[in-house]
Write a protein that binds this ligand. Structure first.
Ligand code: CP
Length: 328
């Protein structure tokens, strides 16, 4: 079917937010709205020969990717997502900006917004910067593209979409997040979403990187990957975030890999239909070996493909609602 702005339908009434700052505050209904929309965008637009991967729901809108930290997947896919919806998208590069001369992040965003911006997609090393901008900018949507070790909501959503596509449901699923839980915004967004959607999250890693506090939220905590190989339906293998660590949390990378890398021997002890996820960038040979990363259980590149669809859903929802709020 050929879709246009007129026959695609409205943003579901259950979505009322003009920002997407994290999954902790979202209800299961709001998360499901974004997942259902992303599934539609993937099937009916991105994979539809008739629609040529485009649907002009955001024509006339301007989106700025405000990235203060490196990114390959998130920045590129937000760019694709905005353009596939007909918006103008510009990348801001912090390294060559006037922030080097002392300009604040709020002043930077306000100055760029005054050129006619409808949405900022924000990545920053400091937790809370997307919220700071959402609180200080008027009539402008903000989407969190990763803030320190706080949240990475669209990564959490694309992980959920990838899991749902394979299993059809979250009820009773056991999803293990393995590695550097302490410094991982991906782990936090995954945990919030999994708990709301009815799955059982498990966090696994060295005790220096996995706090027992997670148990208070209903998350299973374990420190030996070998103990949960036959139990989990999904393994999401997280990178060690050396850039966020003050002291090294284990003696050597070699020792970490020996205890926590998903390799073909460990994979052979997992369930037959186990899914292997990784948010990327992956460090081959550290948290995952190449034969597992490139093997039949891996859905790592599917996650990346789902990222465009999820970001189309997020941008369409927040930009539509921010326009409605502005006119009230
Ligand atoms: N997963 C993820 O956020 O990757 P990038 O840092 O490349 O955007």
């Amino acid at each position: 079917m050929l879709y246009t702005k007129d026959n695609w339908g409205p943003v579901p009434a259950g979505w009322t937010r003009s920002h997407l700052l994290g999954l902790e505050d979202l209800t299961a209904e709001e998360i499901t709205i974004l997942l259902d929309l992303a599934q539609r965008f993937r099937q009916d637009v991105l994979e539809s020969p008739e629609n040529l991967r485009k649907l002009p729901l955001l024509t006339g809108k301007t989106i700025v990717n405000l990235f203060f930290e490196n990114s390959t997947r998130t920045r590129t896919s937000f760019g694709f997502a905005g353009r596939r919806l007909g918006a103008d998208v510009t990348d801001f590069s912090a390294g060559t900006s006037s922030m080097a001369k002392g300009e604040t992040v709020i002043d930077t965003a306000k100055n760029i917004q005054s050129m006619g911006v409808d949405a900022f997609v924000v990545r920053h090393v400091c937790p809370g910067v997307p919220k700071l901008l959402a609180d200080n900018l008027k009539n402008c949507a903000v989407v969190n593209a990763g803030d320190g070790a706080h949240e990475h909501p669209t990564q959490g959503l694309l992980d959920m979409l990838t899991i749902r596509q394979r299993f059809g449901t979250f009820e009773g699923l056991k999803v293990a997040l393995v590695g550097d839980i302490a410094h991982s915004r991906v782990a936090r967004s995954n945990i919030f979403a999994l708990l709301k959607l009815g799955a059982q999250p498990i966090v696994c890693g060295p005790s220096t990187l996995v706090s027992p506090c997670w148990e208070e939220m209903g998350v299973k905590v374990c420190h030996r990957l070998d103990d949960i190989l036959g139990e989990a339906d999904v393994f999401n293998l997280l990178r060690i975030q050396f850039e966020r660590q003050v002291v090294r949390p284990f003696p050597s990378i070699r020792e970490y890999s020996r205890l926590y890398a998903m390799d073909s021997v460990r994979l052979s002890r997992c369930k037959n239909n186990v899914l292997i996820l990784a948010p990327g960038p992956i460090n081959r040979g550290v948290e995952i070996t190449p034969e597992v990363a490139d093997g039949p259980h891996s859905v790592i590149l599917d996650q990346v493909a789902n990222g465009v669809a999820v970001r189309m859903a997020a941008l369409w929802c927040v930009l539509t609602r921010s326009k409605e709020n502005a006119s009230k």
